[in-house]
Design a protein around this ligand. Structure first.
Ligand code: SF4
Ligand code: SF4
Length: 447
């Protein structure tokens, strides 16, 4: 739990007692890495493009359910923007898969180099370098394929993708996209790594734009000239920058490695780190404060409003998902023919039923009529059963004796009943009968 540093006169600084940001960061990164793998493989969050589905924490949303998908995406975007405003580039330093894999590639490369230098010390530098490159590539290649596979699983069903991978499919559009993503991933982790964050990724720029005077920053404070210029903070920085120049450098991902580095070196002299997390530029001058909400970043009205908006979005989204009907039913009249007279002597009106089962179990739909007692449904006596994911279009008729209904337009309601139970729907429709004056001994078609 973060607390305030009360000894340095900078009460708004954030420190972690008894641990290091590096350890916290690596633990969070491990959780994120596991989450990155599990989310698509267990279909927790996945945008299935071929099947036009959006899976969001157990809900299987169809692409036609625009309102819920829109709310879900807005909630995700709003959360990302709010986190950037409150906690700066914490996402980059602690959560981003690109950063996690870049740092893993750096660590792996350095370990392999050390091991090769130790074991093959009798060889020349060129030979050792060649061995290092071969060994690094041997690990990087399967790792990049695995990471690409997981990434593409966010958009394609994992089983389908696995079969494509096994058959080395580079002929279909999906196979070509998969191969391209894998190639880009290999090049990224072989050559770009953190260079991607500063040169390509637009999210870093966006985060800097969202920051204000109360956003969490990494600051260097040295009012009394205690810096011993050891440059350990610079060597520890994964982005290769010197935080002493400014707290607002575009490359800084707020990872806190420089804080640990300075703590390590000055701690041996009984001093505290000259580099700290702090809430905005004002952090260094902040007075003592103990309010918990300020300590977690809720430092002004703007942040409270952002938090409330997030709660409203989350509530709206959960209500929309809970009200969602698994079986979507649409009923419309087929007015190509206004009415026909059947062999049974009754007047028939034709309707079209469209039903889609968006649930995970089979659903049975039955229809009934209200407000026109003399009419009955023809052709849907036992209802219809739809398997999970099945869509159905079907015509049915409503029939009534001409003498039992009014001439011309009669109003009625078509009611739905669904098993497993969901909210019944009503469709206001009309039943067209011949006008009283119309002699219709034969079936009469009107267009
Ligand atoms: S300056 Fe410090 S916080 Fe910023 S990226 Fe480098 S090590 Fe991380
Ligand atoms: S690690 Fe601390 S003491 Fe060393 S150069 Fe960086 S800020 Fe100065």
């Amino acid at each position: 739990m973060a607390t305030l540093d009360k000894n340095s006169g900078a009460a708004a600084r954030v420190v972690l007692p008894g641990t290091r940001f590096h350890r916290v960061r690596k633990t969070i990164q491990l959780v994120c890495f596991i989450g990155f793998i599990l989310l698509p493989l267990f279909t927790i969050i996945r945008f299935d493009i071929p099947h036009e589905r959006f899976y969001f924490f157990g809900a299987e949303l169809w692409i036609s359910e625009f309102s819920i998908i829109f709310l879900s995406l807005m909630f995700i975007m709003f959360t990302i923007a709010a986190v950037a405003m409150l906690y700066g580039r914490i996402y980059c330093g602690y959560l981003c898969p690109q950063m996690i894999f870049s740092e893993a590639a750096n660590t792996l490369e350095a370990s392999i180099k050390r091991m090769v230098n130790r074991r093959f010390s009798s060889m020349g530098p060129l030979a050792r370098r060649a061995i290092s490159v071969v060994l690094f590539s041997a690990v990087l290649l399967p790792a990049a394929i695995f990471v690409s596979f997981v990434f593409i699983c966010y958009f394609v069903e994992p089983a389908d993708l696995f079969h494509r991978l096994l058959s080395l499919d580079i002929q279909t559009a999906g196979g070509i996209i998969g191969a391209s993503v894998t190639l880009v991933t290999i090049l990224d982790f072989a050559f770009l790594r953190q260079g991607f964050c500063t040169a390509i990724c637009p999210y870093g720029y966006l985060q800097n734009m969202l920051a204000d005077t109360n956003t969490l920053l990494v600051h260097f404070y040295d009012n009394s000239g205690k810096c011993i210029h050891c440059d350990k903070c610079v060597r520890a920085c994964p982005m290769g920058i010197d935080i002493r120049h400014s707290a607002h450098q575009l490359e800084c991902t707020h990872c806190g490695e420089c804080i640990d580095a300075c703590s390590g070196i000055l701690g041996r002299m009984g001093r505290e780190s000259l580099i700290q997390y702090a809430w905005g530029d004002a952090g260094r001058h902040a007075v003592k404060e103990t309010a918990w909400y300020r300590r977690i970043g809720l430092r002004d009205g703007k942040r409270i409003v952002v938090l409330l908006l997030m709660l409203i979005y989350a509530s709206g989204l959960s209500i929309a998902i809970s009200l969602r009907q698994p079986l979507l039913v649409r009923i419309m009249p087929n007015r190509i023919t206004l009415y026909t007279k059947g062999a049974d002597g009754l007047i028939h009106n034709r309707f079209r039923l469209v039903a889609v089962n968006r649930g995970k179990t089979a659903a049975k739909l039955t229809l009934s009529l209200a407000d026109l007692d003399a009419a009955h449904i023809v052709g849907m006596d036992d209802g219809v059963t739809l398997k999970p994911g099945e869509s159905l279009q079907r015509e049915f008729e409503i029939a009534a004796a001409a003498a039992a209904v009014g001439p011309g337009v009669n109003h009625l309601r078509i009611l739905t009943q669904v098993t497993p139970k969901q909210k019944s729907e009503e469709f206001d429709e009309t039943f067209i009968a011949p006008m009283e004056s119309t002699p219709s001994p034969e079936p009469a078609d009107k267009r």
